[in-house]
Design a protein around this ligand. Structure first.
Ligand code: PLP
Length: 400
């Protein structure tokens, strides 16, 4: 019989993926399931980006490329960091991978020794924990309460640091909470980092371009030059340009780390897809007005979902500053009886019950490390969102 390696024996396929698969199977079977699980924009990759990919193919750019990114794409990323973030990286400080996920994976594989600790504020994107584990590290969760805006508090960070701590992972705006860090939020955290020279920082800026109400996005490498040589600034084209399937992510960071990450990449994928790199270069160098339009679009949906959720007794939802997720509490429904004779004892129960009886798929907060909450991805057509909210409200009204 197959025996999995110890390093993955305790890991499973992401709960988000599993819920998505169950919901998709229900839909195929003819049920009117609305899926609010997946973390991807619902619009198509813009035409000029697709055209750039087709042109690259026509030019014969269908071969292996430079290991961690073509010179053209790296130059576009250098310019992106300068233009949008005010951070000066050299091309030698840039890496490109098959999605930001691979970039994060490369970073952990390149830097962690067995037992090294990585501080991860929770709730967080589910992959952080398992990437650290596969790389032999130990994820250290630091809970961030809804009452504090789901943001890491400097005293909690300081208390979690040990001599084994190598990294802190920060994600702003956050998946799953949509919480984002202002300059003032970052400052005391960066001060803790300054006081601990062995501690490096991953700044996962994946949702940079999806911010609301005029929120001023900023990134740690821009705020604290003294930390720049300990920061890996991670970003990508998946969420900003609706390019999840193209699989291109990138990062800027100190050259020694970037080189070590290239070693990992050289023995896993050799390089990201040549065609996707041409497309990503076009995305970063082309017109950018679409970013603000999309964000305005998402803001309308956010308002719709937050208002709809807060109108349901037992549910309460903080207004997120960014990303396309709401992370609402269902604390008021724990212990409620369902008409079918069951009891809602957890957020997992709540989500399973809604999927079964209301055909709405959402991800329980437990998957991200905080209960009792549930995440809605509102990167979905408004009509579907309205219908889903109506179903959730009607279902909750039947609880006693
Ligand atoms: N970081 C965060 C916080 C995410 O939510 C995701 C995707 O869901 C990623 C990174 C990875 O994105 P990709 O691998 O598509 O670039």
């Amino acid at each position: 019989a197959f025996r999995p390696a110890d390093r993955i024996a305790t890991l499973g396929v992401s709960e988000i993926v599993q819920i998505g698969a169950t919901a998709a199977a229900m839909k195929r079977a003819g049920r009117p399931t609305i899926i609010l699980g997946a973390g991807e924009p619902d619009f198509d990759t813009p035409e000029p980006i697709k055209a750039a990919a087709a042109a690259a193919m026509a030019r014969g750019e269908t071969k292996y490329t430079a290991l961690d990114g073509t010179p053209g794409l790296k130059a576009a990323i250098v310019e992106k960091f300068r233009r949008e973030n005010g951070v000066a990286y050299k091309a030698s400080e840039i890496t490109v991978g098959t999605g930001a996920k691979q970039v994060l994976y490369n970073a952990m594989m390149a830097s962690l020794n067995p037992g090294d600790e990585v501080i991860i504020p929770t709730p967080c994107w589910t992959s952080y924990f398992d990437i650290v584990r596969i790389a032999g590290g130990v994820p250290v969760a630091v809970p961030c309460a809804g009452a504090r805006g789901f943001r890491l508090q400097p005293e909690d960070l300081a208390a979690a640091i040990t001599p084994r701590t190598r990294w802190l992972m920060l994600n702003s705006p956050s998946n799953p909470t949509g919480a984002a860090y202002t300059e003032a939020d970052y400052r005391p955290i960066l001060d803790v980092l300054l006081a601990h020279p062995q501690l490096w920082l991953v700044a996962d800026d994946m949702y940079e371009h999806i911010c609301y109400d005029g929120f001023r996005f900023t990134t740690p490498a821009a705020l604290e030059p003294r930390l720049k040589d300990r920061i890996l600034t991670v970003n990508g084209v998946s969420k900003a340009y609706a390019m999840t399937g193209w699989r291109i992510g990138y990062a800027g960071g100190p050259e020694a780390l970037i080189k070590a990450m290239a070693v990992v990449q050289s023995q896993s994928t050799s390089c990201p897809s040549s065609i996707s790199q041409a497309a990503a270069e076009a995305a970063l160098t082309g017109p950018q007005d679409l970013l603000a339009e999309r964000a305005a679009d998402f803001q309308r949906r956010r308002d719709l979902v937050v208002a709809g959720l807060n109108a349901i007794p037992g549910i309460s939802c903080r207004v997120p500053e960014g990303a396309f997720y709401t992370f609402a509490s269902c604390a008021g429904l724990i212990g409620a009886r369902t008409p079918e004779g069951g009891t809602i004892t957890s957020d997992r129960d709540f989500c399973a019950w809604l999927l079964e009886t209301a055909d709405v798929a959402m991800v329980p907060g437990a998957a991200f490390g905080l209960s009792p909450y549930f995440r809605i991805s509102y990167a979905t057509a408004e009509a579907e969102l309205r219908e889903a909210l109506a179903r959730i409200a009607a279902a909750c009204a039947r609880l006693s």
